[in-house]
Design a protein around this ligand. Structure first.
Ligand code: TYM
Length: 329
């Protein structure tokens, strides 16, 4: 088994990233080979000044380490240090179909009505994502629900490449979607996912938020006037209540039903402070480690350089085989 997964180094990490992906990487790194990377090439799909991009990469690397990714155990790197990502993306561009990419919901959401003005990188984004995992012969890719479609596309590209060139080169990667926290929703709207790009900061808990801010965000989270029910089915049609129960369950590694067993009949006046305490308790040590790292950008550079060298060596044979399969070498 080889696990590969990535995250865009744009702005702050939030609780959705943490529960949907990062915490699972932290656990998996002790059980199997894990390659975790910062998708800085993906960040080209939107214009960001160079200094900001550089800072984002450092901040995200520091955040992942603060969350518990151990660069001595997992391979931690950023895409841009390994030319093979961009190279394989280009090779796979011959295999991916316009129609497949046109169906991607992330493309439709992000380009919106302004498709003509969107960057080619935004459209091609899923092909680079396919290259990210196929390059390493990843068997498993732990992600949140929102990335499932991109991974299905990676499988389609792998299969078509293998068939078109009559090779058994690429392994079809399996998306690993978590059970409880696959889709953490906005604190302001239970039907929208918690996201870095939501203009309202009150919609998400950032990993860098201090304890008072976290408590305030949870206290102000949108809910309904009903008390919590005694079974999960009764949360249907109450997306905000369901989301808060889901977060509580994920943080305590329990099922939503067992959380409801404790809180059935109680209102949010009782539930929200308990949830706020839990979130604060989980994030406080991460924030403390993050502050420690702020002072050492050169240590982060060294970590990424070392991780990239390991990853580049793992990527090289597959890239070479892809060139050969296509008659380019
Ligand atoms: P990104 O940076 O948007 O998110 C990183 C990870 O966090 C998960 N996630 C969530 N999980 C649950 N609830 C949420 N509200 C939530 N928001 C985000 C995402 O599903 C993801 O697992 N395209 C990817 C980065 C990427 C990648 C890859 C991932 C590039 N190449 C190859 C896997 C394999 C992205 O933008 O994730």
């Amino acid at each position: 088994m080889r696990v590969v997964s990535g995250i865009q180094p744009t702005g702050n990490l939030h609780l959705g990233n943490y529960l949907g992906a990062i915490r699972r990487w932290v656990r998996m790194q002790h059980e199997m080979e894990c390659l975790i990377f910062l998708a800085d090439l993906h960040s080209l799909s939107e214009h960001i000044p160079a200094a900001e991009r550089r800072r984002n990469v450092h901040e995200m690397a520091a955040s992942l380490i603060a969350c518990g990714i151990d660069p001595e155990i997992a391979v931690l790197y950023n895409q841009a240090r390994i030319p093979a990502h961009a190279e394989l993306c280009w090779l796979l561009n011959g295999t991916a179909r316009m129609g497949w990419l046109n169906r991607m919901t992330q493309w439709k959401d992000k380009a919106g009505k302004n498709r003509e003005g969107a960057s080619v990188a935004l459209f091609d984004y899923p092909v680079l994502q396919a290259a990210d995992v196929l390059l390493y012969q990843a068997t498993h890719v732990p992600v949140g629900e929102d990335q499932k479609q991109h991974l299905e596309l990676a499988r389609d590209i792998a299969q078509k490449f293998n068939t078109d060139y009559g090779v058994e080169l690429f392994i079809l990667p399996e998306p690993l979607i978590g059970e409880t926290a696959a889709r953490i929703m906005s604190l302001r709207d239970g039907n929208a996912k918690m996201s870095k790009s939501d203009p309202s900061d009150m919609s998400r808990v950032n990993l860098g938020d201090d304890s008072d801010t976290i408590a305030q965000k949870i206290r102000k989270a949108k809910t309904d006037p009903e008390p919590l029910p005694d079974n999960v089915d009764a949360l249907a049609g109450r997306p905000e209540a369901l989301n808060l129960v889901t977060i509580y369950a994920a943080l305590t590694d329990r099922s939503s039903q067992s959380v409801l067993d404790d809180f059935a009949g109680k209102g949010f006046g009782a539930f929200k402070p308990a949830l706020a305490d839990l979130v604060v308790e989980t994030l406080a040590p991460i924030r403390a480690r993050l502050q420690d790292f702020d002072a050492h950008p050169e240590a982060l550079e060294a970590i990424l350089e070392k991780g990239s060298a390991k990853a580049a060596a793992l990527a090289a044979p597959t890239l070479e085989r892809a060139y050969r399969a296509m008659g380019l070498r």
